[in-house]
Design a protein around this ligand. Structure first.
Ligand SMILES: [Zn+2]
Length: 105
């Protein structure tokens, strides 16, 4: 068990965020993302730095465990990327077009 520096609540040492006040418990969060099959053998690593200079770093890793390239985004640009990814993928057809697709003529 560990104690949150923000609120004093007890939490498991594996926790990334305090369950009581949501304060981040690590200075760096890392997540790996599986590549599309066309990029088999590679993975995307996203590191989020919760430091005085907060930023997000993206790096492409190969099967040998070597980073092939990397780029960092500041918080504002990372927010913009999150919005871009959260946007709907395709515009939904209008109701009349959906109806016509259901009833062939
Ligand atoms: Zn806390």
């Amino acid at each position: 068990m560990r104690v949150c520096a923000e609120c004093g609540g007890e939490l498991a040492s594996s926790f990334r965020f305090c369950p009581w006040c949501a304060a981040p418990q690590r200075r760096k969060l890392v997540e790996f993302f599986r590549a599309h099959p066309r990029d088999e053998g590679k993975a995307l690593r996203v590191s989020r730095y919760l430091t005085e200079d907060p930023h997000v770093r993206f790096s492409v890793w190969n099967a040998e465990g070597v980073a092939e390239g990397a780029v960092s985004l500041d918080e504002e640009e990372a927010e913009r990327l999150a919005g871009f990814l959260a946007a709907p993928r395709l515009p939904r057809p209008r109701p009349f077009e959906r109806l016509r697709a259901l009833i062939p003529r």
